[in-house]
Design a protein. Structure first.
Length: 214
């Protein structure tokens, strides 16, 4: 098989994988954590063994969907952090971006962060700790990198940036999870309250010379 044939086959496989993930997305939007491999296969117009061939098992499909949605969310968070506004406004915009994402697609959020709600005992694809924790760690590391690049935190700045990155993501996740379930206040009120909580040393830190400010 020549290089052109391999490239064409890879493009075809990538396209088919995207189509299957889009079908899975539609089912997740409808069913949330109860989304089943049978329903996803039916939505895609294939049999379940073919779905397994592409993703291995429900855990593999979950991981692929998680990567897809986390990539999109991280792109949105970076855009909010880099928007032309003062630091407080960008902090609030970043918090609002996360909360808007989970508010607009609550079923997707619950599928990613509360998969055990729809799982069966022993279903590796719905082990909430196994799958949701890496998503939060990835977001924490990404935010830590942004903080380190934009703020001059002095000696030990790299470690402090990682502490802040993971702490902020943990705060957003915990507060957002509580808010999505109970809706005790408006999204705008929650954003302001969380920004107030952060507005201590973050507000006082200097920007790095020659680089974009946070």
């Amino acid at each position: 098989m020549d290089t052109t044939q391999r490239t064409d086959q890879q493009r075809s496989a990538d396209r088919r994988r995207r189509e299957l993930l889009e079908a899975a997305d539609r089912v997740v939007l409808r069913d949330g954590p109860q989304a089943s491999m049978n329903a996803i296969a039916a939505e895609a117009g294939i049999t379940k063994p073919i779905l397994y061939r592409h993703f291995g098992d429900k855990g593999g499909l979950y991981a692929a969907l998680a990567m897809r949605h986390t990539d999109a969310l991280l792109d949105s968070l970076r855009a909010a952090l880099d928007a032309p506004a003062d630091r407080r406004e960008r902090v609030e915009a970043t918090l609002d971006t996360y909360l808007t994402a989970i508010e607009l697609r609550p079923q997707v959020y619950r599928f990613l962060m509360h998969p055990a709600e729809g799982g069966q005992p022993g279903d590796a694809g719905f082990d909430v700790g196994k799958h949701s924790a890496p998503l939060l760690r990835r977001m924490g590391e990404e935010l830590a990198q942004v903080i380190e690049e934009r703020l001059d935190l002095g000696p030990g700045g790299q470690q402090l940036a990682r502490v802040w990155g993971h702490g902020i993501v943990g705060m957003m996740h915990a507060a957002g999870d509580w808010w999505l379930g109970e809706r005790p206040c408006s999204r705008a009120e929650l954003v302001r309250s969380l920004a107030d909580l952060l507005w201590g040393r973050l507000a006082a830190a200097g920007d790095r010379v020659g680089g974009p400010g946070f």
